[in-house]
Design a protein around this ligand. Sequence first.
Ligand code: SF4
Length: 285
Amino acid sequence: MISHSPQSKAFATFPSPSLVRKETAMPQSGALTAESIPKDAEPLEATPEFLAELAEHSVRLESASPEEIIAWASQRYSPRLTMATAFGPEGCVILSMLAKVAPETYVFNLDTGYQFQQTLDLRDRIAEKYGIEVDMLQPELSVPEYEAAHGGPLYKTNPNQCCFDRKIKLLQRGVEGKHAWMSGIRRNQSADRAQAAIVGWDKKFRLVKISPLANWTKQDVWKRILDENVPYNPLHDQGYPSVGCWPCTRAVQEGETDDRAGRWSGTAKTECGLHSIEERDGSGI
Ligand code: SF4
């Protein structure tokens, strides 16, 4: 097994968080919930002027720390700012930053019904440490109901449909009434993600997409986790650099350098559709 939580590597220096509002994370009483954010907001219009403005912000924020990027996003879009997290290392790091910079942010998880127990447990560990209660959004049909309706597990025969029904639809629900969402994607995670902007336009969901860790490396992420004792999924110590639903995730083998090699292994599928870049227009994703 390969450990993916490097305990003893030399890591790059981390920029100081100049916009951090709180020194210590405490349980948050004023956190936004799905119900407290009105869903009747007019969606943003992706006019050429607006896209140009986003591109300008993105360029300017290239040299900002993730905390500064999050603070900017919160100041500009809260309460219509959200984040979906699968509790990966990057998501956990952003949650630790949100606790200091914008703890009121509404964060949700796509609780497909197929997540590992270790992932579900991590939700409680994050809540305990940071006071951030990630909202677990669940599909209308339970796993037994869904599998009965399709004559068996759809992840075996049509994983794209399964991801659409049990992830994308939840994401659409989670971002209802929002103008911007944050993601933990990094450019050097995969070829698919190499073009991610710090601030871009997500055509698929018609949202501003903010990726505070876009220019971080895996080493940067793990340095932060180890330095600040950020809770993380124990599966990362058991050969799983990327953790998704249990039927579609396996441990990676020695010699496999792609962190996502264990996701939908043996198929051409590499993304669930949340972060795929379907169209490029220079404004990001
Ligand atoms: S990752 Fe697998 S189990 Fe999870 S929603 Fe997609 S196809 Fe279904």
